[in-house]
Design a protein around this ligand. Sequence first.
Ligand SMILES: Cc1ncc(COP(=O)(O)OP(=O)(O)O)c(N)n1
Ligand code: 3NM
Ligand code: MG
Length: 204
Amino acid sequence: MRCDLSLYLVTDAALCAKAGLEATVEAAVKGGVTLVQLRDKHASDESMIAQAQRLKALLAGTGVPLIINDRLNVAVASQADGLHVGQSDTAVLEARQALGPQAIIGLSINTLEQLHNAPVALLDYVGLGPVFATVSKQDHAQPIGFDGLATLASACPLPSVAIGGLKAQHATQVRAAGANGLAVISAICGQPDPYQAALAFRAP
Ligand SMILES: Cc1ncc(COP(=O)(O)OP(=O)(O)O)c(N)n1
Ligand SMILES: Cc1nc(C(=O)O)sc1CCOP(=O)(O)O
Ligand SMILES: [Mg+2]
């Protein structure tokens, strides 16, 4: 596997505003986060590129890759390690052609039909969800629950990460459903102690 999906932190600038995005990411990585996605629906491209470059510098030497949400131009300009796209975002083929064979590219999946239509040869992982309803994504799809997660994970030829409303107490059930890891925003971003919040996801 090209990346470790065990504990995937997706950032939220507003939730991290008090402690600071970099301080939150640094603490969370010390606590066990294995992959970081920079997600900001409101920032300009320029400010997101600058933020990505700061995070890249912070993550250098940790072995934790930096993935960019949605914006292929930001991933290219910041020389990030990869891109995560949804069903309505930049096509995976365009992303792969622009970023090259070494880039980590992920795609969101909510249904078996989306999974069957996914260009698996061009992808490194899929995000399966939302498992539960969440306020962190306004327009999220129908929650799939643990049963839906197990159905998708067992049909999935790629490594997968579960997302949506997940907390540390769900880690065992997520792994039992067959996903390789958990992706979270609010369970780490905006928590009083992001280091402890990440530590809580550790497998027993
Ligand atoms: C790991 C992971 N999985 C799913 C998503 C959701 O992507 P998308 O459907 O494009 O929604 P937005 O995040 O762009 O609102 C994700 N970001 N990360
Ligand atoms: C960014 C995102 N994508 C989802 C999907 O189902 O594709 S759910 C989600 C938000 C996850 O945030 P939290 O951990 O706070 O619930
Ligand atoms: Mg998207």
